[in-house]
Design a binder for this molecule. Structure first.
Ligand code: SF4
Length: 432
């Protein structure tokens, strides 16, 4: 059976796709990229915003149109929150809720009575990752969250916290390394809560990953800025742990954070960032900010802008508040008018661009180990590669057409910041 895997939304959805892709391939079912070729199409849907739900429905209809004869399987947050509705949609053959996601490949093979094939070992470069043009592997370490931030639908869609065992995670990383992957990203819903249900912790997991694998580069996906032990940043003494963390602050004023039921106050967040920056020079902290949360006054807004500027982030993700049905925040009073939300989003994005330019400018004239991804020819016939520094700064370079940079780590001098490309330009010095 030929399998097509599609996901919307977060890195956790992407990590699940990678796991399923490898499971199917090990059982002799190839992963394809063209929906028209597929016998089974799997959509990992998203519901984080109203728009994401809409996009999930649109993607579902598009896949049905592209290949009405394929079996269409829908899972993920949108499907889990709307099981009956999705099951009734045209073309849908099976809906798998988030609670059963870890068993999805077997559920599908049983449902469509696909004969089991002997397990096959995968050769280097054969992972479904490469098939999908990717070089960085997202590793799901846990699912679910015990907290109830008032705007969050994810905690409702994904349920209680559950951690994968350290053994399983380390085995997956070693397999990926053997297949040529050089960078992994540890991902989950509440990554900081890893191990709470199995007598482990995120710090313990990471120190075991660094000790029991040879993966050259280990990264974190988004980590809520709490539940991290005081000595957490000691981990970054190991140069294989990349000095970048995405720590969502969401607002820069405690009164709004209280209405969001966030577990981290502004002064605690400031201390955490100082610890990070103290651990490795050039440590990059990026964040999320929700603009226009119900009741956000002009004074609260001004203080949020001042606070965000006072921290100085390498990158900002700016979200305009959108009420999600089923969340507490959807019922809160004093909604901020859309025009004001739009204006505040523009102000915050402009601040984000200014801080990013300042952070990137600090790198000019330095040298960094860049992991290069896939190259493309530009209009001038030059081969352009993109890659990332250890502290997650995007780098662009142009090389001769013969140069083999894909999936290579090279010492690279950072030459200048390109505001249009929102990246820096680098020159390859030597192959690491
Ligand atoms: S901690 Fe994160 S996942 Fe959990 S409820 Fe809050 S926003 Fe949602």
């Amino acid at each position: 059976m030929k399998i097509l895997l599609k996901s919307l939304g977060c890195r956790l959805n992407e990590a699940e796709l990678e796991q399923w892709g490898n499971d199917f391939q090990r059982q002799g079912h190839p992963v394809v990229n063209d929906p028209k070729e597929a016998d089974i199409i799997i959509l990992n849907s998203c519901a984080v915003t109203h728009d994401a739900g809409k996009k999930s429905r649109q993607q579902l209809n598009r896949l049905t149109r592209l290949n009405p004869s394929a079996h269409l399987v829908v899972t993920g947050c949108y499907a889990s929150l709307n099981l009956a509705e999705v099951a009734d949609m045209l073309g849908v053959d099976l809906v798998v809720s988030n609670a059963d996601k870890d068993k999805l490949p077997q559920i599908i093979l049983d449902k469509f009575s696909v004969p089991t094939m002997p397990l096959i070992a995968m050769e280097p470069g054969q992972t479904s990752l490469y098939q999908r043009g990717r070089h960085r592997a997202f590793i799901k370490i846990q699912d679910g969250c015990r907290y109830r931030c008032t705007y969050c639908i994810v905690t409702i869609a994904r349920g209680e916290e559950r951690s994968r065992s350290e053994r399983e995670i380390i085995a997956e990383i070693n397999t990926l390394y053997a297949q040529g992957i050089q960078e992994i990203v540890l991902t989950g819903v509440h990554v900081g809560g890893y191990g709470s249900d199995i007598g482990s912790s995120l710090k313990q997991l990471v120190s075991h990953v660094l000790a029991e694998t040879d993966m050259p580069r280990v990264r974190f996906a988004s980590v809520e800025p709490w539940d991290l032990p005081a000595d957490f940043f000691e981990l970054f003494a190991n140069p294989r742990l990349m000095p970048h963390m995405h720590l969502p602050i969401q607002s820069g004023v405690d009164s709004v954070l209280r209405r969001m039921s966030r577990r981290c106050k502004t002064d605690e967040f400031k201390t955490l960032v100082e610890q990070a920056r103290h651990s490795v020079p050039g440590f990059n902290v990026t964040t999320d900010v929700i603009v226009g949360f119900p009741g956000e006054t002009e004074a609260e807004w001004r203080r949020t802008m001042e606070y965000i500027e006072s921290i100085g982030f390498g990158h900002l993700h700016v979200f305009s508040f959108s009420p999600r049905e089923g969340t507490k925040a959807a019922g809160l009073e004093n909604p901020v008018p859309d025009t004001l939300k739009k204006q505040r989003s523009q102000e915050m994005r402009a601040l984000g661009d200014k801080m990013k330019a300042a952070f990137y400018a600090d790198l000019i004239g330095t040298e960094s180990a860049v992991l290069w991804e896939r190259g493309q020819l530009n209009g001038q016939g030059e081969l352009v590669f993109h890659g990332y520094t250890p502290n997650y700064v995007k780098v662009r370079t142009t090389v001769d057409q013969e140069a083999l940079l894909e999936n290579r780590i090279t010492a690279t001098s950072i030459e200048h910041f390109d505001s249009q490309q929102q990246s820096v330009y680098g020159k390859v010095q030597s192959y690491a």
